[in-house]
Structures are given as structure tokens and as C-alpha cells.
Design a protein around this ligand. Structure first.
Ligand SMILES: Nc1ncnc2c1ncn2[C@@H]1O[C@H](COP(=O)(O)OP(=O)(O)O)[C@@H](O)[C@H]1O
Ligand SMILES: [Mg+2]
Length: 397
């Protein structure tokens, strides 16, 4: 029986743990939280600091694993790479993991390979960042932590902004950066997409393109995703092309990838690529619903060095997820929840309880729940999901 090590055992990892077991593999889930929900589904659970390289290497050796996967999270990509290197496993190396989690190194790799990427500058200080914004970038720009995720610390800065305000936003980005560095980038206007990919044997297979809905500037928190893309074929084609170039630039192999792209004036620009299954249920739920391809099973097999099946096995649907983001304040009631009992609702979840404080949506952690809807077309699924989001009432004071 093949043995799979799963790094992180939270809600987002449950689908992977369950799937790997269904496939007949022995699953060892690891997480720093002894109450991690994924522990309930694994063959064996180990409470351990998954960011500690030496400790995790020991776990991998003790458990005689055949593969390791870090789904829907980037916290321990380097650790995963190191385990792959030391144990000679199929997945990405430590060097590749570093490139795939450091936004500056990633931009450098894109540029060197010729993958389409916005102008991006690694800055040394608030003053340096301001000077670059004033002198080297002739468009609105975006400040972002070099290492983090979930839109944490990100802010758009528009031409004409006061220096004081710019510094404030810079400091937020700096505080959120795991390596204490901040990038300033040309801001790409336009719609945003993600691309779900399986790389096997150096071949980059695009499974689907996802349209995204995000909050406005400055934070761009994701409010929803739909598949397949509702955009014209030609747009979808250039999006796929950009994503494939980006994955090749990172040289990752035998893994799932989640690429993010924006399209401005008919040109696609890479935002970033995660060498992992995407979060927000995109890879774990939406993709199999819209393509009929079991992306999770494919990612699990890649990690174990087994050729993944990329054939359609299930019926295809239009599908979307939409997130609840109630008005900030203290939550006093939630009503109308019965409207979520609709056969087209595939899954739903409310994260907050009465009495909780709802904050403004500055990152994806601030959302209050979600609903996944399937229908004949993505347009129909969106229509229903938007209605449900509007009509479930979260009362805050
Ligand atoms: N150069 C850019 N131009 C326009 N929007 C950007 C740019 N960089 C990031 N964004 C927006 O901010 C979001 C988060 O940025 P990203 O680099 O993906 O960081 P995170 O790891 O937090 O997801 C993107 O999905 C996109 O909406
Ligand atoms: Mg991102």
C-alpha cells in the first residue's frame, strides 16, 4: 500500500485526504493544530510543526512515505521540496518550491523565460519603494509582500497618492511579508482568471480556466469563482498560453499548479503560480464538477509518482462558488438559510455564529461563508448563487 504524507490537515485538505484513502492509499495527515479537522479522515494523524524542515523530514523517514502533498496551501512548500529531494520522491524540489512561493523570484523566472508578467521591482525600504513608484513606474501600481498569500498586505497605489498614505500601505505590506520584503508592480487592469493545471512528465496539461470575482481596490479579495470561463475562446486561449509559459518558467514537474492571470487590452499577464492545488475549493470541488476530471486524484498520483488519469469521468456542469461578506459589526442574527436547501446547491457553509464580530473584508480570512452552485451553464449557476448570497440575511449592528 502506497503511503502519502499530507502537509496541513485543515478544512481545505479534507478533500485530498478523503480522495487518497478512496484510492486505496495509506494517508498520514500532519498539522500543528491537534484538533485539525482533516485528522478525522486520515489513517494516521501527527500533530507537528509542518514548517519545521528537520522535524518533517524525520516524520517522512519514519513513515516510509512514497509521496508528499501540500494541497491548497503554501505554508510548507519548501519543507515539501526538501522531503522530495532527500527521499528521491516524484514531486517538486526545494529549489522549485522556493521559486514558486517567493513572488520576486517567480517574477524573475517569468521574465527570464519570456512568460508575460507585469513590471515588478523588489524594493529596499519605504523611501526606495516611493522613489521607484514615482520614477520607474508610469502606471498605477500595487504594493505586495514578497511572501504571503490570500491577498494579505496587498494594496493598489494610484498615481497622485500622498506620500504619507503610500508609506502607510507600504508598512502594511511589510508587516505581512514573511521575508520582510515588499514588491511594487505595474498594476494590470482588467478581469482575473485562474488556470488549473496538472504537470506530469514535464507535460503541462490545462484542465480548465476559472473566472474570478474580487473586491475592488485596494485589497482584491476573492468573492467568487466560476467554471468554465464565460469569456470568448480567444481570451481563454491567451490565458492558457500565459499559464503554460509560466509553469514552464518555474520548471516544476509532477504536481498540480494553480496559475493566476489578468487580461488587459487583449494581453494576458501572470499574477502568480502556485505549484499546488488551488484553494477556495477551485481545484478540489469546482474543477471536477466543470470538467468531469478528478483533479485531486490526479494530484495525489503525481505526488506518488504514478501517472495521473486526465480523462473526463463524470458529467460536466456550469459551476460557481460565491462567498458571504456581511456588513461589518456584531452578528446578531442569520436568517433565510432555508433558501440554501436547493438541489442546485452542491455545498454550503457558514463560518460565523451569532455574537461573532464581522470585520471588513481585507483578506480571504474575513469572509463569512460560501455556497457552491451547479447548473447547466456557469451563467445560470452564477445567477442563482448571487441571489442566494443576497437573500441570506446576516444582521449586524
Ligand atoms: N501586478 C498586478 N496588477 C494587478 N493586480 C494585481 C497585481 N498583483 C496582484 N494583483 C491583485 O492582487 C491579488 C493578490 O495578489 P497575488 O500576487 O496573487 O498575492 P496572493 O498570494 O496574496 O494571492 C491578485 O489576485 C490580483 O487580483
Ligand atoms: Mg494569488
Amino acid at each position: 500500500m502506497k503511503r502519502l504524507l499530507v502537509l496541513a490537515g485543515g478544512i481545505l485538505q479534507i478533500a485530498v485526504i478523503k480522495k487518497a484513502r478512496e484510492m486505496g492509499y495509506y494517508v498520514i495527515a500532519t498539522d500543528g493544530d491537534p484538533k485539525a479537522r482533516g485528522f478525522n479522515y486520515a489513517n494516521k494523524s501527527i500533530c507537528v510543526n509542518i514548517t519545521d524542515e528537520e522535524e518533517m523530514l524525520q516524520v517522512a523517514r519514519n513513515e516510509h512515505i512514497d509521496g508528499v502533498i501540500h494541497p491548497c496551501s503554501e505554508l510548507s512548500m519548501n519543507v515539501m521540496g526538501r522531503i522530495n529531494d532527500e527521499l528521491g520522491l516524484a514531486g517538486i524540489s526545494r529549489d522549485q518550491a522556493i521559486k514558486a512561493t517567493n513572488k520576486h523570484l517567480m517574477r524573475e523566472a517569468f521574465e527570464a523565460f519570456g512568460a508575460p508578467s507585469p513590471k515588478s521591482i523588489l524594493t529596499e525600504s519605504a523611501e526606495d519603494s516611493w522613489n521607484r513608484f514615482e520614477n520607474d513606474l508610469d502606471t498605477d501600481s500595487i504594493l505586495k509582500p514578497s511572501r504571503n498569500s490570500g491577498s494579505r498586505g496587498i494594496a493598489k497605489v494610484v498615481k497622485g497618492i500622498e506620500k504619507e498614505e503610500f508609506f502607510k500601505l507600504y508598512n502594511v505590506a511589510l508587516k505581512e511579508s514573511r521575508d520582510k520584503s515588499v514588491l511594487i508592480e505595474q498594476f494590470i487592469e482588467g478581469p482575473e482568471f485562474s488556470i488549473e493545471i496538472i504537470v506530469w512528465n514535464r507535460e503541462v496539461n490545462v484542465l480548465t480556466v476559472t473566472d474570478k470575482k474580487t473586491t475592488e481596490a485596494p485589497h482584491f479579495v476573492e468573492l467568487g469563482h466560476n467554471q468554465p470561463s464565460c469569456f470568448p475562446e480567444e481570451t481563454v486561449r491567451i490565458i492558457k498560453e500565459a499559464a503554460i509559459a509560466g509553469v514552464k518558467a518555474l520548471e516544476v514537474n509532477n504536481c498540480a499548479c494553480h496559475a493566476e492571470v489578468k487580461v488587459q487590452n487583449g494581453r494576458a499577464y501572470l499574477m502568480e503560480i502556485g505549484a499546488r492545488l488551488g484553494g477556495d475549493f477551485i481545484s478540489t470541488e469546482l474543477t471536477h464538477l466543470s470538467t468531469g476530471i478528478d483533479m485531486v486524484a490526479a494530484a495525489v498520483n503525481c505526488a506518488l509518482g504514478i501517472e495521473p488519469c486526465l480523462e473526463q469521468k463524470e458529467e460536466k456542469h456550469g459551476v460557481c462558488i460565491r462567498y458571504f461578506t456581511p456588513k461589518p459589526g456584531k452578528l446578531v442574527s442569520i436568517s433565510n438559510l432555508e433558501i440554501l436547501d436547493d438541489p442546485r446547491v452542491y455545498k454550503k457553509k457558514i463560518y460565523h455564529e451569532v455574537g461573532d464580530i464581522i470585520t471588513e473584508v481585507h483578506s480571504s480570512l474575513d469572509r463569512s461563508g460560501h455556497v457552491i452552485v451547479t447548473d447547466k451553464t456557469p451563467q445560470k449557476a452564477i445567477e442563482l448563487a448571487e441571489k442566494l448570497i443576497k437573500n441570506v440575511k446576516f444582521e449586524t449592528v
